[in-house]
Write a protein that binds this ligand. Structure first.
Ligand SMILES: Nc1ncnc2c1ncn2[C@@H]1O[C@H](COP(=O)(O)OP(=O)(O)OP(=O)(O)O)[C@@H](O)[C@H]1O
Length: 349
């Protein structure tokens, strides 16, 4: 297989400026391989939709370039579009038609469309086939959006916040469907606000902030860049200052939180110390960082702006092509960036 066969989506130094001079996408680079699920995450306004629209060929970049199947999705739209499926945030189909009519209408303008019954079964809307679109719930509309995106058996599927408005069952069903499609070789580019969704589905992800990629890699690599936490409450009368100095602890009253890059080592040290002095650590809880914690921490640091230094220290945009160039855990969790004993209880409850 050549590189072009393997790489389905490639963005290089991609930029998007809007009229008025605002630049929503500021030179991002990443690639997505065939059969991969890749998630773009970011706070509101980070530039996810602006990026996805460039990949879909709905707009031309103002700088850099994007390739889908080695082609320019904007200039060579007629060649790229039939091979892609797009689930937009708002489908915008006529609401007086029934679900089945909508799918058939869409099928009429889709090359090699799946039969309506097949696609409705895929998204779990068979029982709602004769219901008018305007009578669907928000979650059911998202299923219909997904059905339309799947009609042409796309090789690449763009899912923009696919499960927004879905109940937990709808969300699980959609995840299951995405996994099945992936197993059949479909490449998926996903944007989502649900970090669990990215954790569940994505092979790799990138976190966008203000139009730049600030962190990228597999979910495990991204969470590994954040410190683990150990929490407990000391008995009354035991001063938190007695804890071993090597443990980066922050205390509020008797409640203590330790943030560490070496969860096992720090936990062993803490337990040895507690045993030695016969101290009970009430409510002891030790856990690795979740993607949600990683994300919230990045968002917070970005708000504080200079907390972690430049975006470069978070893993450069280039890191997307090769996960091993991801910003190292050390660069992301130096003592300076994590704070010492005194400043880190905020936001821990
Ligand atoms: N047509 C436009 N003209 C000017 N600015 C725009 C336009 N569309 C989007 N923007 C701005 O570009 C930035 C990125 O928007 P975008 O919709 O890409 O973000 P997003 O990450 O998808 O956000 P959300 O999670 O809220 O959907 C925002 O500041 C937005 O206000």
């Amino acid at each position: 297989m050549t590189d072009t066969d393997r790489t389905v989506i490639e963005a290089e130094g991609l930029r998007r400026g809007y009229a008025g001079g605002f630049e929503a996408v500021r030179g991002i680079s990443f690639s997505v391989a065939r059969g991969e699920v890749f998630a773009l995450l970011g706070t509101n306004g980070a530039g996810k939709t602006s990026t996805v629209e460039l990949l879909e060929g709905l707009a031309a970049p103002s700088g850099g370039q994007v390739r889908v199947f080695g082609l320019d999705p904007y200039r060579q739209r007629s060649a790229v579009r039939p091979r892609t499926g797009v689930m937009l945030q708002e489908g915008g189909f006529p609401s007086d038609l029934s679900v089945a009519e909508t799918v058939r209408m869409w099928g009429g303008v889709t090359t090699g469309a799946r039969p309506a019954a097949e696609v409705l079964a895929l998204v779990g809307l068979t029982a709602r086939a004769s219901v008018r679109v305007k009578q669907l719930s928000g979650g059911e509309r998202r299923r219909l959006d997904l059905a339309l995106a799947l009609l042409g058996r796309p090789e690449v599927l763009f899912l923009d916040e696919p499960t927004t408005g879905m109940d937990p069952e709808g969300r699980r069903d959609t995840w299951e469907l995405v996994r099945r499609l992936q197993a059949q070789g479909t490449t998926v580019l996903l944007t989502t606000h649900y970090l669990e969704e990215a954790e569940q589905l994505a092979d790799r992800l990138a976190i966008l902030h203000e139009g730049e990629i600030v962190l990228a890699g597999t979910p495990a690599e991204v969470t590994a860049t954040r410190p683990a936490r150990i929490r407990f409450t000391l008995p009354a009368g035991v001063d938190p200052a007695r804890l071993p100095l090597s443990l980066r602890a922050a205390a509020e009253g008797q409640r203590v939180e330790i943030r560490t890059d070496r969860l096992q080592g720090s936990l062993s040290e803490l337990l040895r110390w507690a045993d030695e002095y016969g101290i009970e650590l009430a409510g002891l809880d030790a856990r690795s960082a979740s993607l949600e914690e990683a994300f919230l921490e990045i968002a917070q640091q970005r708000r504080d702006h200079d907390g972690l230094g430049s975006a470069g220290s978070l893993g450069s945009p280039d890191s997307l092509g090769s996960p091993d160039s991801l910003g190292s855990p050390d660069s992301l969790s130096s003592p300076g960036s994590l704070g010492g004993r005194d400043d880190r209880m905020a936001g821990t409850r």
